[in-house]
Design a protein around this ligand. Structure first.
Ligand code: KG4
Ligand code: ZN
Length: 362
């Protein structure tokens, strides 16, 4: 079965083809450079870019692998959560194509697709504990099968990726700044007491990252020289030259390392807690853009080892938004006998994606 995946939920336009569970080809157009000018995603611009790029990427993808639209058996589309206008572009495209080709439609929960992405590289084992850490979400799930997810905990305010991006912005790093903070911290010993492990002194599996962000903001407000590109204190520079420069960047690197530590350690504490409460788990899945973070990867590898669990952690390019994961999650749902009708609705951020699919008689 040949399945087309369509991803337009935020600022990446993606299409991909998966045949019988294996990736055939994919295409991705990132809007990051366009939104970077504004320091964050501008929804109206995102929708327009999806509208412009989606047909182009689709035509190129088919031509590249010598496939026609009529060869596609099913279309898997990210139906939320995401930016409503952006989702509607992908959904309308998918529905139109289904009408024209008689392909089967399957709507995919973007968050579940992140958590199933590792399945493109290796066989995933269930029941699993799933940690989804992206720009918009920080969720812990119990995953019993590719179509059965139970939400155990979530962030009450900022998502982990949002905290990374906001702290990066305070330092004048380019948007989205998560990976720059990761880069800056490489090989640097964190100050483990510098920033709080916010919202860990409780008994639940929820997260709150806004306190950590405020703590970094307060730290930086007293040290304006740390903003990227700001010169070290002019007098110190004149007196100590290169030494002042090195000290400046060492201080910046330590802030980055300490912030990375606080996020990774907070995630570790909650994941450990969830593992203690769930019976019968055989694997740990970590996914979403922040799963590309080196500190989060190392912390989760250690947790999985400690609990004797298989670790499913996609390669970094598969952690951020892409259409391959949508095609893959859609293929798994179709294989389980599910499909959607043309009345499929998109679900904006903040609303739960319903399990409203239809089960085909098998
Ligand atoms: O999953 P994703 O591509 O988009 C959403 O669905 O939100 O995640 C994007 C997020 C951004 O906040 C970005 O800064 C963060 O993932 N990110 C990272 C790293 N790479 C991407 N955060 C920390 N360290 C990284 N290496
Ligand atoms: Zn995502």
């Amino acid at each position: 079965m040949l399945v087309l995946g369509v991803e337009t939920s935020c600022d990446e336009t993606g299409v991909a083809l998966v045949r019988d569970g294996l990736l055939v080809a994919e295409a991705l157009a990132s809007q990051t450079d366009i939104h970077a000018v504004f320091g964050g995603v501008v929804p109206e611009i995102a929708s327009r870019e999806h509208q412009r790029m989606l047909p182009v990427l689709f035509r190129d993808l088919l031509a590249r692998v010598n496939v026609t639209a009529q060869d596609i058996d099913a279309i898997a589309v990210a139906r939320g959560p995401g930016l409503l206008g952006s989702l509607l572009v992908g959904l309308s495209f998918a529905k139109g194509l289904c009408l024209a080709t008689n392909a089967t439609l399957i709507g995919v929960n973007h968050l579940h697709a992140h958590l199933l992405a590792a399945g493109l590289e290796e066989e995933m084992r269930f029941p699993a504990l799933g940690l989804l850490v992206s720009g918009g979400h920080t969720h812990i799930y119990r995953i019993d099968s590719p179509t059965k997810f139970s939400l155990l905990g979530r962030t009450l305010d900022d998502a982990a990726g949002e905290a990374f991006d906001k702290v990066a912005k305070l330092l004048n790093l380019p948007y989205p700044g998560g990976r720059y903070l990761d880069d800056l911290s490489q090989g640097v010993e964190p100050d483990r007491k510098l920033f709080p492990l916010a919202y860990t002194h409780n008994d639940n599996l929820d997260f709150s990252f806004s306190g950590l962000k405020t703590s970094v903001a307060e730290h930086l407000a007293k040290r304006p020289h740390l903003a990227y590109g700001a010169m070290p204190d002019a007098d110190a520079l004149q007196k100590n030259g290169a030494l002042a420069m090195a000290e400046h960047s060492a201080e910046l690197a330590q802030v980055a390392a300490s912030f990375n530590f606080a996020v990774a350690e907070t995630l570790r504490i909650k994941v450990e807690r969830a593992l203690e409460r769930q019976a019968g788990l055989v694997s740990l899945v970590v996914a979403g853009g922040v799963a590309a973070n080196s500190h989060v990867r190392a912390a989760m590898a250690k947790v999985a080892r400690g609990h004797g669990l298989a670790l499913h952690l996609p390669r970094p390019a598969l952690c951020t938004d892409n259409a391959s994961m949508i095609a893959h999650a859609g293929s798994l749902a179709l294989r389980a006998g599910y499909r959607h009708g043309l009345d499929l609705e998109s679900v904006p951020r903040g609303r739960a994606v319903p399990d409203d699919w239809t089960r085909l008689a098998q």
